[in-house]
Ligand binder design. Sequence first.
Ligand code: COA
Ligand code: MG
Length: 291
Amino acid sequence: MTVDTYRPRRSVLYMPASNERALAKIGSLACDAVIIDLEDGVAPAGKVLARDRVADVLAARPERRCEMVVRINPLASEWGIDDLLAVAKAEPDGILLPKIGTPRDILEAGDLLDDNFALDTVKLWAMIETPKALLNIGAIAELGRDPASRLACFVAGTNDLVKATGISTDRRYLMPWLLQLVLAARVGGLDVIDGVANDFRDLDGFARECVEAAAMGFDGKSLIHPNQIEPANRAFAPSPEALARARAIRDAFARPENAGKSVIALDGRMVERLHLAEAEKLLAKAAIIGA
Ligand code: COA
Ligand code: MG
């Protein structure tokens, strides 16, 4: 994602489409994105009603303060295609596809959108939560290089990965897969959001998990409770120390004696032009988040 198209996705809050009290809070929450959920957060008997409510919520949103994404049911399920068409009509910012396994699953959703709607503003987000998606992650990510695919963002589905593989819930065991996911997202120029922390009362543990996820390269964290927004926003924003360092690098390269140099020394460390590019990107991101 280039700086000029950067939009923060530090805090991505799920809310079941069946929970009216949660939906009513959307305009007042400081999260960067919400995912209104029609899939696992809604019981089968409530799916159709919830789908209709999503259209109302999208139509009623006051202003696009946060990105509005809707997680639909799998296209192969009895609700999937109707979900996709009804939700796309209401023009969310994104539609999140669960349980995908192959690039074909993304292309199929994109084709349905292209065939039924003139607008191409609705992006596709993909849950990475099946062993098959992890094995195919490179090919899926490559779709991100083609804007026609609409693919914009990966969301790690850690609970489903644990369920499908039988590994422990201890994040140590998930690490190789999560890092592979970050790597693939960079190949595709995609954003990538870490999975949820189920223990929503343990905010200290949650804050530590966010700091770790930011260090792993994730752009943000999936949230299940409003109390998790602030720690996520803090952890995924550039720190004051990182900003001070970025300003120092920018200022150093701007000095006349360093004009045209590709490598300089700054406070006893080697700094290259690639660090200048990184510093400029960080400062631009901070300006967008600040605004
Ligand atoms: N989005 C928006 N508001 C939320 C919210 C969410 N995800 N989770 C809780 N709230 C609201 C509650 O509605 C409540 O406000 P109210 O008193 O006006 O109703 C307030 O925050 C405090 O809620 P609290 O009592 O602490 O939590 P809870 O016990 O009602 O709910 C959960 C706990 C986990 C059931 C709930 O947070 C939730 O449903 N989270 C999302 C789960 C989900 O979407 N899962 C699928 C994807 S993994
Ligand atoms: Mg899931």
